[in-house]
Design a protein around this ligand. Structure first.
Ligand code: HEM
Length: 338
């Protein structure tokens, strides 16, 4: 093993010397020097093979031992995966969810409050809960946009913006991405601490899933406490996906501090793949929390929701908070047709 670096040094010297020897004085300015095809006693194919496959390693005396890596073959596989299947499947996943949400909106329309509104509101989320949500949400949106720009920007934005504006935007986007990752993780921690006890799976969540949450059928409202089955899925996807993004992201911000080059390449692929799945899930969440459902946004807006909305979507929670017993046999009167 000790022999290798010295062999390499000797071979390199040979290559350089023979290169000089064959570079005659007759070269015109701008001409590339002829590449020597034969080095006496050296099998160039074997030299290339041993460099290419990492059999021959370099040696450095500076602290950064990574500088001794001459060619890292896995880098080619990483690049092919990133620019190939990862980007390709990512496009399908993101395009797919946008298409599905558009289709859902066309078929189902906005989910309305079925019963007559009471004019009364109850507090759904307090100021601290809303601040934590918007810290997480605001940072996630910037992270998602600046991250997608790193993967797709050169194909999507560069042709529209031109080189200089795109470079400036990407530069600021990268800085924002590096810093906001920590804001997102703080929000995630707060959300976890505040809401984990409301997100333990329960038996009635099964009923919620069996009835698809009433999402596809007007007037169907399976019972739920503070969070229904679907929201629990969003919660755990946010926590687990967010933690995985945080873990892989920190490795990438501090390259080589904790991981080798190969590990960093794997972390990068995992980071991007998890982010794409999470963005798709969050797009569905944003849809249902805004235009998709009447009365939902207020929960995270001023924190107060219409009592009838709460009765329909979180009947058991209303019972806990107000003491009101839900009357399943005599549902609330229907809202007058608009
Ligand atoms: C940017 C637009 C967003 C809007 C309009 C929005 C809206 C909402 C609303 C209205 C709720 C309360 C639902 C209820 O009262 O039952 C909520 C809850 C929640 N949000 Fe968001 N949100 C957004 C972004 C995000 C992002 C980016 C994340 C995480 C990365 C997130 C994570 C959560 C979680 C974990 C909950 C509790 C579980 C749930 O309701 O699904 N939100 N959001």
């Amino acid at each position: 093993m000790q022999r290798r670096p010295r062999t390499l040094a000797a071979l390199s010297a040979l290559v350089v010397l023979s290169g000089l020897a064959t570079t005659g004085p007759a070269l015109a300015a701008g001409d590339a020097p002829p590449v020597p095809t034969q080095i006496e006693g050296v099998d160039r194919g074997a030299v290339w093979h041993s460099l290419r496959t990492g059999e021959t390693v370099g040696i450095v005396s500076i602290p950064n031992k990574q500088a001794a890596v001459l060619i890292q073959s896995e880098g080619e596989a990483w690049r092919a995966l990133r620019n190939g299947p990862l980007s390709e499947y990512g496009r399908w996943v993101l395009g797919g969810i946008v298409g599905l949400l558009a289709l859902f909106f066309l078929l189902r329309g906005r989910i309305r409050i079925d019963g007559a509104k009471t004019g009364q509101t109850i507090e759904r989320f307090n100021t601290v809960e809303r601040a934590a949500h918007w810290l997480t949400a605001g940072s996630f949106v910037v992270l998602a946009l600046s991250g997608l720009n790193l993967l797709y920007g050169r194909h999507v934005l560069l042709p529209i913006l031109g080189a200089q504006p795109f470079a400036t935007l990407t530069q600021y986007g990268k800085i924002a991405h590096n810093f906001l990752g920590f804001a997102f993780l703080l929000g995630l921690l707060l959300i976890f601490v505040m809401w984990v006890r409301h997100n333990i799976p329960e038996r009635h969540d099964l009923v919620w899933f069996l009835k698809a949450g009433g999402l596809f059928s007007k007037g169907v409202h399976p019972p739920a406490r503070k969070f229904n089955g679907g929201q629990k899925v969003i919660f755990w996807a946010t926590i687990v996906g967010g933690a995985a993004l945080g873990y892989t992201g920190v490795q990438l911000i501090f390259p080589f501090s904790f991981a080798t080059l190969l590990e960093l390449q794997l972390f990068q692929l995992a980071h991007a793949a998890i982010a794409i799945v999470m963005i798709a899930i969050i797009l569905a969440h944003i849809y249902i929390g805004s235009i998709g459902m009447e009365g939902a946004f207020a929960a995270m807006g001023d924190g107060q929701v219409e009592l009838q909305w709460a009765r329909e979507h979180h009947s058991l929670w209303v019972q806990e908070v107000t003491g009101e017993v839900p009357d399943h046999h005599h549902p609330a009167p229907k809202a007058p047709a608009e």
